[in-house]
Design a protein around this ligand. Sequence first.
Ligand code: PLP
Length: 378
Amino acid sequence: MKIETKLLHAGIDPDQATGAIMTPIYQTSTYVQEEVGVNKGYEYSRTQNPTRHALEKNLAAIENAQFGLCFGSGLAAIDAVIKMLNPGDEVISTNDLYGGSYRIFTTIFQKYGIVFKFVDMTNVANVKETITHKTKLIWVETPTNPMMSIIDIQGVAAVKGDEILLAVDNTFASPYLQNPIDFGADIVMHSVTKFLGGHSDIVMGALVLNDPEVAKDLYRIQNSSGAICGPQDCFLALRGIKTLHVRMDRHCYNAKKIVEFLQDNDRVDKVYYPGLESHPNHKVAKSQMRGFGGMISFSLKNDTIEAAHSILKKTKLFSLAESLGGVESLIGHPASMTHTSIPKEIRIQSGVVDSLIRISVGIEDVSDLIEDLEKALT
Ligand SMILES: *Cc1c(COP(=O)(O)O)cnc(C)c1O
């Protein structure tokens, strides 16, 4: 099946009891057993739930993987991956990554003896140089948040060797635009909160993968740590995923037009979008993505926090909010919103300057969106 069909149908069967075409919300904590040890495959909803199971099968299928696991948030999914490691193990991570990922690595897991090394992964040689015999995991995010840097997944997979797991945070691209497993990733992570859910109404995370041994370990952690999501949220995720391709096509179309507008605007300094031919890793983006997504960052010629704040105050259609990937357009200021937990020198080094503005382009009419930005920039 093509991805457009899988989004709607993979892992989803009509309800066996009633024929309901939409997966029922199994709002139950437990399941009656016929006798001790005899059940229908479900015992307790932390361990398995039919609504979550349908979503986990669907997510695995749309990422060309065998196993899927859903969690209460994207960070809970990341938490499960790092819990596979032991004190002394090393993780190599990109230096330009989601602020919450940086925070869980440095303020939660570092104190349990796991070592994190942050490198510029846009140059794969930096990854290779940092690998030691203690390296157990490479954490890639591409496109990165908020600089839209592109990391060559296949390139990283080629230098890592079989003993090291390669995990890719695929939140920004979504499975419709990029499937990291096809390029050698071992684990794909999603914040389902964003494009997959698509309607700004849930917080959820997911992991998908192919290796049965690693999957077994992750299911053990999912059940033992218990950071699962509820069945109602799983239903909303399943419903959102059915339109991912239609939404994403419009996100990409609108984003391209807005990039053209921003490039022509006098107050705008740099525009960051992987679809631009001038983007340093545009070629890699083109080879691993089927479209360039709905996320854009740009800086101002007047590179101050105040100049950025004045624009955020003036937009009407672009709502000032954290998060991304919903049908409605959002605008944000990484330096004072999502990236406050990253020290200033590190932030500026990775390109997140004071005036950097990030937009999540929604699926409204693009001329209305451009008019809104034009007014705010004047
Ligand atoms: C939002 C986000 C996360 C964290 O996901 P939550 O669902 O908010 O916990 C991780 N990575 C990226 C790229 C994100 O945008």
